[in-house]
Ligand binder design. Structure first.
Ligand code: FAD
Length: 419
């Protein structure tokens, strides 16, 4: 049996490694001519890290990324709302890692090249079309070097081609619209002195004006410095969908003024913004959950299946969990499996993963775990003496736990699943 994967992002590469581990043949086709370490920071939650540990690559990742120790929420005046330990400090058996997305993708790609012998990772090959029949699936990729339309034959196609998925558009053209929240994100990294313990992620503000920060370089941390990944977010007042290019660079003048007063005794946000290396603009967008992810021998995975707001640090984790589930469902299929066996296996994958991820997409539209900041803002827009005058400890804890349960990283449930 041969699986054709369109897209060598986080989800596609992890799927290839999961399939290889189970002895299933696969080939990956990626549209860019050369994989480069693009993007800025990304988070890997413990349930995803556990899967990367099973692949034997967690130690290498921990050498590059930061083992996040805690998550703190503040209002726009820097007053503390809620804080919780994260990763090992929260009792998980594996860490939560904050790292550079590009470094994660490069490490995964190198591992794929080493483990999948015979040149199974092809770049400069953009998915365009496919045709299915009783014996298999024919997939057509535009070869960006020769300009030709090259045909590849296999048993299954997995569309892991990200938020602008062409596979999704060809399978479900009616459900492909990007939904713009009216909020813009500006992402960057700044090398600076560490804040707090040098491992803490924090968020400040509310849904119309927010600043998110987390360090992402273990190398710099060992030198007593910090590579701080940050995201500034503002509601723009426009409902027109802006450009959705991950690599669109802009000047800080577009938003910096709104954060000019966000200077507290342990962090200077205006200074972080001014010292950034490059700032990338991306709108806060998602797509409505699909009614189905599969059509015969073809299915979707990761952002292609369920693009979600980057709230709750879940995008990469859910792509990785999709990959594990799909590889498990395909494990029992071998050469000679009929088309209906394959369709059933893909449907089982969909039945397990679609409802969970659809729930996260919808909950993230309601701010996910960041709801604590929104409630604090609505009840005390001018700040508070103590957060418990505004929200009880129980209410804060319940919001945090509900999200962990939904996204599958409630510590108690993970422990039960392991034993
Ligand atoms: C350039 C880039 C930068 C990003 N930066 C960040 C970031 O800084 N922080 C963050 O949290 N998330 C970032 N993301 C998104 C993040 O990687 C995903 O949300 C998450 O990891 C889920 O991974 P995925 O594999 O589903 O999608 P992605 O990681 O987006 O991977 C999709 C892959 O498919 C490829 N592709 C697209 N179209 C085709 C096609 N027609 N045929 C074949 N291949 C195709 C893309 O080039 C890409 O390599 C970025 C994504 C990209 C592509």
């Amino acid at each position: 049996m041969k699986v054709i994967i369109a897209g060598a992002g986080i989800g596609g590469l992890v799927l290839a490694l999961m399939l290889e581990k189970r002895g299933i043949d696969c080939e990956i086709f990626e549209s860019v001519r050369e994989l480069k370490p693009l993007g800025v920071g990304i988070n890997l939650l413990p349930h995803a890290c556990r899967q990367l540990q099973a692949l034997g690559i967690l130690d290498d990742l921990a050498e590059t990324g930061i083992e996040t120790s805690a998550l703190h929420y503040f209002n726009q005046y820097g007053q503390p709302i809620w804080q919780e330990p994260r990763g090992l400090a929260a009792g998980y058996v594996v860490p939560q890692l904050s790292l550079h997305r590009g470094e994660l993708q490069m490490l995964l790609a190198e591992t794929v090249k080493n483990r999948l012998k015979g040149g199974r990772l092809h770049t400069g090959m953009a998915f365009e079309a496919m045709e299915q029949d009783a014996q298999g699936i024919t997939v057509r990729f535009r070869n960006r070097n020769s300009g030709t339309l090259d045909e590849v034959r296999g048993d299954i196609l997995v569309g892991a081609d990200g938020i602008h998925s062409v596979v999704r558009r060809s399978l479900f053209p009616l459900f492909d619209q990007l939904r713009f929240s009216g909020r813009m994100l500006w992402r960057a990294t700044t090398d600076a002195d560490p804040y707090l313990d040098g491992r803490t992620m924090f968020m400040a503000g509310h849904q119309d004006q927010k600043f998110v920060c987390y360090p992402i370089s273990e190398t710099l941390r060992r030198q007593g410095r910090s590579r701080i990944n940050w995201i500034a977010e503002l509601r723009t007042g426009s409902s027109d969908l802006p450009s959705t290019d991950w690599n669109r660079e802009v000047n800080a003048d577009v938003f910096a003024e709104r954060f000019a007063a966000w200077r507290w005794d342990w962090i200077d946000i205006p200074a972080l913004i001014q010292s950034a290396t490059a700032i990338y603009e991306f709108p806060l967008v998602d797509k409505d959950p699909l009614p189905s992810w599969t059509q015969g021998r073809a299915c979707l995975l990761g952002d292609a299946a369920h693009p979600m707001y980057p709230i709750g640090s879940n995008g990469s984790a859910q792509a990785i969990l999709d990959a594990v589930c799909l590889a498990d469902r395909l494990q029992d299929l071998r050469s000679g499996s009929s088309g209906s066996d394959i369709t059933l296996a893909l449907k089982e994958y969909e039945a397990e993963r679609l409802p969970v991820t659809a729930g996260i997409v919808l909950r993230n539209r309601l701010n996910g775990p960041e709801q604590v900041m929104q409630v604090a803002h609505e009840r005390a827009p001018d700040g508070f003496q103590h957060i418990h005058d505004v929200i009880s400890e129980q209410e804060l804890g319940a919001i945090a736990l509900r999200y962990k349960r939904l996204a599958g990283f409630d510590p108690a449930a993970l422990k039960a699943a392991q034993s």
